[in-house]
Design a binder for this molecule. Structure first.
Ligand SMILES: C[S@@+](CC[C@H](N)C(=O)[O-])C[C@H]1O[C@@H](n2cnc3c(N)ncnc32)[C@H](O)[C@@H]1O
Length: 395
């Protein structure tokens, strides 16, 4: 299959812009009233497309804010689109030294847009014709072009230096979203084959893919955004030496980066004065020792992602709690403690044990005006219920 130019999106030509404007003006674009109003103006297919677009734009506002106002979406494309703070981080990190990006499976074009804004010329390829038409519209402000077709047929036999090849494969199977490498499209073997064909390869994968399946000749960046682990990004490491693991935490408009230095595992000891919950990107990368480097911190269990220390930890990569009390864990002991302290509202955090916080809250029969935070965790002294107070994060 060869590549071709996408057709203009139906909402950008003929009666399309007018239909979209009318759909956007509908108080509820999903309603029957809106459908009837639009069908009086244009053909049913165009009416349906315009109303769906109006509905998608509303949904897209939570991810893209005001930027959504001029964009075109598909439902699947919106679901798969990279968050703007993450695509901006990727472009800032990997565009340097490159002049063009070849985005193989560009979706609605949000990663390509960030690369284009970072100054790269954009060649974007997309298999699905309607998605490609959206991308063509969304990428109008940057230098480059969108093509419809299979990624494999868009890779030149000889790649110029200065080309950054980016792949964010779709992660779907016939049963929905998938974490299996075999379910990626473009396929995983194709993605791996690109390592030999370009100077800089950057691959976005879902964060749930087991780290043991990831190639170790590409650098691995575990990325979290506002406390949610969003992806593992693989990239040809710039510079000599073996590929390095990294943590990237994007929070409140700031970026924090941590580089793996092979510091190994932290020791396991009993809970001290403070308990720390690492950012999910630290947990997934297992870079606990690097996250706590220069401090005296330890793990409270070999298999549980809680750290502890006797002093506060000065790092934005953990959420910290001061431990006020440590109770041997059972429903009975915790219920008695809550009753004694008149706890009516209880925040329950837990790792390493099979407890449903909602069900536990019911069993505790909470009554009173006080509130508390309790952390349930295995420790060297057995499973404990730690009554904690959150330590405010330093700005
Ligand atoms: C996860 S999305 C890309 C999202 C994009 N990075 C963004 O932020 O908007 C992956 C896209 O790859 C496309 N795709 C899947 N297989 C492909 C192939 N063999 N060739 C070209 N595109 C493909 C899918 O249609 C989908 O739109």
């Amino acid at each position: 299959m060869s590549t071709s130019q996408p057709a203009p999106h139906p909402l950008t030509v003929g009666e399309g812009p007018m239909a979209l404007e009318r759909a956007l003006a509908q108080p509820d674009p999903d309603s029957l009233t809106a459908a009837s109003a639009l069908r009086r103006l244009v053909a049913p297919e165009l009416a349906a497309l315009a109303l769906e677009q109006a509905s998608l734009r509303r949904r897209a506002r939570s991810k893209f804010g005001d930027r959504a106002a001029d964009m075109l979406f598909t439902a699947t494309g919106l679901e798969q689109a990279t968050r703007p703070e993450v695509s901006a981080w990727r472009a800032d990190t990997f565009a340097e030294g490159c002049s063009r990006v070849l985005d193989l499976g560009c979706g609605l074009g949000f990663d390509a847009l960030a690369m284009g804004r970072a100054g790269l010329g954009v060649d974007a390829v997309e298999l699905d014709p309607l998605t490609a038409s959206c991308a063509q519209h969304n990428l109008a402000s940057v230098k480059g072009r969108v093509l419809v077709g299979d990624a494999a047929s868009a890779v030149p036999a000889v790649m110029d230096g200065g080309v950054l090849v980016f792949v964010d494969p779709a992660r779907r199977s016939s049963t929905g979203r998938s974490w299996r490498l075999e379910d990626l499209s473009p396929g995983w073997d194709f993605v791996l084959s690109l390592r030999q064909r370009c100077d800089r390869l950057v691959v976005k994968l879902g964060p749930g893919i087991s780290r043991s399946l990831l190639p170790d000749d590409l650098g691995r960046h575990w990325v979290s955004h506002e406390g949610t682990l969003v992806e593992v990004c693989l990239a040809t490491d710039v510079g000599e030496g073996p590929a390095v693991d990294r943590v990237v935490v994007l929070r409140g408009g700031r970026r924090y980066e941590l580089v793996g230095r092979g510091l190994g595992r932290l020791p396991v000891e009993d809970v001290g004065e403070y308990l720390h919950e690492p950012d999910p990107a630290v947990i997934r990368s297992q870079l606990y020792a690097e996250a706590c480097s220069g401090t005296n911190a330890w793990l409270v269990d070999h298999d549980v992602a809680y750290l502890s220390s006797d002093g506060p930890l000065d790092t934005p990569l953990v959420t910290s709690f001061r431990v006020l009390e440590s109770i041997p864990w059972s429903v009975r002991t915790l219920r008695a403690w809550c009753r004694e302290h008149r706890i009516g509202t209880l925040e329950i955090k837990k790792r390493g044990l099979d407890v449903d916080p909602a069900e536990l809250r019911r069993q505790l029969k909470l009554k009173g005006s006080a509130s508390a935070t309790v952390v349930l965790t295995p420790t060297p002294r057995g499973t404990r219920a730690l009554v904690c107070e959150r330590v405010p994060r330093s700005p």
